[in-house]
Write a protein that binds this ligand. Sequence first.
Ligand code: MTE
Ligand code: MO
Length: 336
Amino acid sequence: MLIKSRPSWFLSENDATPESIYKQRRDIVKKLGIAAAAVPFASQTHAGLFDVFSSSNDKVTEQDSRMTLEGASSEFSTKGLALTPENKVLTYNNFYEFGTGKGEPAEQAKNFKTTPWTIEITGEVAKPVTLDIADVMKNMKIEERIYRHRCVEAWSMNVPWLGFPLASLLHLVQPTSKAKYVAFETLYDPDQMPGQRGFSSIDYPYVEGLTIAEAMNPLTLMTVGLYGKTLAPQNGAPLRLIVPWKYGFKGIKSIVKIHLLEKQPPTTWNLLAPDEYGFYANVNPNVDHPRWSQASERFIGEGSVFSSVRQETLMFNGYGEQVASLYKNLDLKRNY
Ligand SMILES: Nc1nc2c(c(=O)[nH]1)N[C@H]1C(S)=C(S)[C@@H](COP(=O)(O)O)O[C@H]1N2
Ligand SMILES: [Mo]
């Protein structure tokens, strides 16, 4: 069996009764009923009409592997910003394991195998565990969180993710008092990931990390879906991290390991270019990247990605109210 151990309240395929499943579904539907009116889905309908300059990859919208997934709407969702159309979220990606071009992940990850999939949670925890993604999906309460998504390359999106707080997963394993950081690791599988074969300046597997306070912040989302469906491979199926107040590279994809530890873990982009990519990597319009300004960003909305509208970049990507207190001791004029 794939599951070495699991918390007692986790249902397995076998002990999920029709009643328990029905009850969960009913709860979700109830929440959706209340929430439906509050979700701003306006201006979605004409996506792609004037897409004359967009790449042919833009048309890859149907992913056989994506299954319907519902989530209760969240108070943390972005207000007053149009969504990035689904086809853009699915075809304009950074996932170097599947190529460095923006359109490559959608093409090269098409046949990426995400079942079976386990996530190992170890280190400074009372109850280390290896979970099957199917059990995670069944047991965690899924929410829809529309978040601003800001890449360090100065483009941005607004994406309706589906997921659950990382904190609820960490509570299961009971972090010890020595757990000061959380490290994450992407799958290492060169047979499936062409970017991991041959020469690369990245030392795979891709790794990322957060402080325990960042990991426990209610905004930090273990993400399993987007636009009402499970994640496409190019977006980090079956499970990736989204930390909305940080640059996108913190949002590690296709996670297989979570390790809690006392010391700050190494992180991929920081190892590669420490002067350009900090460990904290909080979105900050006042601290430029050594090679470009971070004061504004190209918002990827409807129409061609090359004619995107520039908008102002917000401190902490607009999430200062929830997270600024975490950084009282950091000099926000510097790049961390
Ligand atoms: N394993 C892995 N995770 C990754 C990356 C990557 O190359 N490999 N790219 C990061 C970067 S730079 C960004 S901006 C986001 C992009 O996520 P998206 O393609 O879903 O928009 O994923 C992040 N997670
Ligand atoms: Mo990024």
